[in-house]
Design a protein. Structure first.
Length: 322
């Protein structure tokens, strides 16, 4: 197990380094000049050049890349060109919305998808199975941003049950509170959870069907247990391996998907920060924000692999060549 962990950790570090290099290269191939954007199109060229020198944009790419890596190792992500604040502080502030939003969407997906997949498997081939799996096909076909706009039209514009966007904050000092904040995240959570619920429900159904004919199910029936007890107490517990793996991957997808949904609902999360930073050519914010998302995805996948190896010794033994 120790060798497996070291192997996965080395892969994680190399992947992060490759991702950092790719992000830096792609951003510096983009047209435009951050100094020009900040000062406006009619700014004096000498003022633009002076600001570019102040921001370090006139130095070669390699020294900037290595300096960025050194800053990452020391926790110094630099200062935002547009906001004039430390990039680390900006990212931490925005994560306070993006991470809870992703967790809420993941929770809603579990609450909806697990019963759907379980009962679709229990009624395999009959009308409940066809109805539930048909609804998942619809969920897979609807993009998150389109579902977000549909929810706004129905629940915010027509019914006026919730606001169409914005976020009041988690504390009363910021003008909000826990309940107003959760109310503001209802529609974004549902928009994010739509596709993920459909994927998780279909996988749950497949995983449950693989165990429906197992010996322990027949033994449970012989003991006189009801269908509900067998499904929830025995079958689902034994089918949780692939489901847990998918949950880890879904959390990573939700973090990335929040970028679009946050912009639809004007939420001050990491996604909206990146959108504004791209528009302002605020390269340090974009670099560090995208790398943070990539790092979170890689770390989640790392722990999913570790959990799988812990649950199934064959995986870690195959990694050692035995």
């Amino acid at each position: 197990m120790a060798y497996f962990l070291w192997q996965k950790l080395l892969t994680l570090l190399l992947t992060l380094l490759a991702a950092a290099a790719l992000i830096f290269a792609v951003l510096h191939l983009l047209p435009g000049n951050a100094a020009q954007v900040l000062l406006g199109p009619d700014a004096d060229p000498q003022a633009v050049a002076a600001l570019a020198t102040q921001l370090g944009l006139d130095t070669p790419a390699w020294p900037r890349f290595t300096g960025w890596l050194r800053g990452l190792l020391h926790g110094d992500l630099g200062h935002s060109y547009a906001y004039g604040e430390p990039v680390a502080d900006l990212l931490l502030q925005r994560l306070q919305l993006t991470v809870p939003l992703a967790l809420l969407a993941l929770g809603v997906s579990c609450l909806l998808a697990l019963p759907m997949g379980l009962y679709a498997a229990a009624y395999q081939g009959r009308w409940p199975d066809k109805l539930l799996m048909g609804s998942t096909q619809l969920g897979l076909a609807i993009p998150s941003f389109w579902l977000a706009m549909l929810l706004i039209v129905v629940f915010a514009v027509r019914l006026q049950w919730v606001s169409a966007g914005g976020f009041p904050g988690w504390t009363q000092d910021s003008g909000g509170g826990l309940l107003p904040a959760l109310q503001a995240l209802i529609l974004p959570t549902l928009a994010l959870a739509g596709v993920q619920t459909a994927i998780l429900a279909r996988l749950t159904r497949s995983a449950v069907l693989e165990h429906m004919g197992a010996d322990f199910v027949r033994t449970a029936r012989a003991k006189g247990l009801g269908r509900h007890q067998i499904l929830w107490g025995h079958v689902l517990r034994n089918a949780m391996g692939p489901i847990l793996t998918l949950l880890g991957l879904q959390f990573a997808n939700l973090l990335a998907g929040a970028i679009v949904v946050e912009n639809v609902f004007y939420l001050p999360g990491l996604g909206r920060l990146l959108f504004q930073a791209i528009a302002n050519r605020d390269l340090l914010v974009v670099q560090n924000g995208v790398l943070l998302l990539v790092a979170m995805v890689i770390v989640v996948n790392f722990w999913v692999d570790v959990l799988h190896a812990w649950l199934d010794p064959r995986i870690r033994l195959s990694g050692t060549g035995r």
